[in-house]
Design a protein around this ligand. Structure first.
Ligand SMILES: NC(=O)c1ccc[n+]([C@@H]2O[C@H](COP(=O)([O-])OP(=O)(O)OC[C@H]3O[C@@H](n4cnc5c(N)ncnc54)[C@H](O)[C@@H]3O)[C@@H](O)[C@H]2O)c1
Ligand SMILES: O=C(O)C(=O)C[C@]1(C(=O)O)C=C[C@@H](O)C=C1
Length: 363
């Protein structure tokens, strides 16, 4: 190994070994394979690696350890440090990254092992899902998403460049942030939302079935992420416990104020307006300021091919659908599709779709 791993470029990138072929690992594999890069897969559950390979994430054929240029460790948080440590040892010519959701705890654990960490650079793609395992992998999971690169003082520029290229080749936008800052940031924008969604959804287990029958899109929107794997999220939240606890304490103060005012029948519009300001503070796609989209509702027959036909017609109308959600009608055999488009395109879109037999209502 030379002092500094070469930054790989273009078709010279790789071969890459992915350890942990679940949702994130297999999605990285699919994105790199689509980009023409040689990818190998390893998982402590061999069938996960085989399923990932079947989904186009790479090969399960063993690879000469000397030849591996980059190792991507995508295992649960609690085993990240030992697996990174073993990878640095086994793959002497490779840069090693991990994609774990918490960065400080891994770095501290690696440092405590007394390892030489020039070839290690932690990272974190800000994209995922409440689903787990290789069957849920997608090559476009990281497209236009943020991917945090968290270098530490002794990482070489070449190693940082290699991990940055991993993000860009996967379609993501790399953002450099040190591990401590990253952990404070994700406590606010990822870990608190998960904790709140989970605790809110927990309350639904005590809600009467007759009341649950009324559940609409609102409660589904705020509880989707609560369906995430409790074991994985236990590991994420406990690895970032102090920062998450601070966020929960601040939220609890805001909730206390809301409850107190309602108990006294006092107005709460100013508190709710702060919430609106919060939603607007979230950057839009590509990190730009969020665009206010026009939302439209369309009735979709609950029949095979209906959605595909809608999107084919939308494509023919030349309009990019920026966001979608679907709700099933609890009574009729139809679905309600909500699509968001740029507001200036909405009237022409509505007319073009109407010509094709779709009736769009403002939503
Ligand atoms: N799920 C998300 O939304 C998301 C997003 C970004 C980052 N992450 C991070 O990515 C990592 C993986 O999460 P995931 O959602 O892909 O989980 P997952 O459960 O889908 O996949 C984890 C895989 O690691 C394997 N594994 C476990 N221990 C191993 C070991 N010692 N050696 C080899 N393989 C091992 C498991 O068999 C499984 O296939 C976690 O550290 C998580 O914090 C998750
Ligand atoms: O979209 C989701 O389901 C996610 O929860 C993804 C999400 C996030 O909070 O944004 C969750 C955890 C990861 O560490 C990164 C991304």
């Amino acid at each position: 190994m030379s002092d500094e791993p070469d930054p790989f470029s273009g078709s010279d990138y790789g071969p890459v070994l992915i350890i942990g072929a679940g949702l994130v690992g297999a999605s990285v594999g699919c994105a790199l394979t689509e980009a023409g890069i040689e990818v190998h897969l390893r998982d402590q559950v061999p069938s996960h690696a085989r399923v990932a390979a079947g989904r186009g994430a790479g090969s399960v054929e063993p690879i000469d350890p000397e030849a591996v240029a980059l190792v991507v460790v995508a295992v649960p948080p609690r085993v990240l440090a030992p697996v990174v440590s073993a990878a640095l040892d086994e793959f002497a010519n490779a840069v090693v990254t991990d994609v774990g959701s918490v960065k400080g705890s891994v770095l501290r654990d690696l440092a405590a092992r007394g390892l030489e960490l020039r070839r290690y650079v932690g990272s974190h793609p800000m994209a995922g899902s409440h689903l787990a395992g290789p069957v849920t992998a997608r090559p476009d999971l990281f497209t236009d998403r943020t991917w945090v690169i968290a270098p530490h003082a002794t990482a070489t520029p070449g190693a940082i460049e290699t991990v940055t290229r991993l993000a860009t080749i996967s379609g993501a936008n790399p953002v450099v942030m040190d591990a401590e800052e990253h952990d404070l940031a994700v406590a606010a924008v990822s870990h608190l939302p998960h904790a709140v969604s989970a605790m809110l959804a927990a309350g639904l287990t005590e809600t009467k079935p007759a009341h649950l029958q009324l559940a609409g899109q609102g409660v589904r929107d705020v509880t989707r992420i609560a369906a995430g794997d409790p074991e994985l999220w236990d590991q994420i939240l406990t690895a970032n416990a102090p920062a998450v606890a601070d966020q929960l304490a601040a939220l609890s103060t805001r909730l206390g104020e809301l409850a107190e005012r309602l108990a006294e029948q006092r107005p709460v519009d100013d508190l709710l307006a702060t919430g609106v300001a919060g939603t607007r503070a979230i950057p839009g796609k590509h990190g730009r300021a969020q665009t206010e989209y026009a939302r439209m509702i369309i009735e979709i027959p609950d029949a095979p091919g209906s959605l595909a036909r809608f999107f084919t017609d939308a494509g023919a109308a030349g309009v990019n659908v920026e966001d979608i959600s679907i709700e099933h009608d609890p009574v009729r055999e139809v679905g309600w599709l909500q699509v968001s488009v740029r507001p200036e395109l909405a009237p022409d879109f509505s007319a073009a779709m109407s010509d094709r037999g779709w009736h769009l209502h403002e939503g």
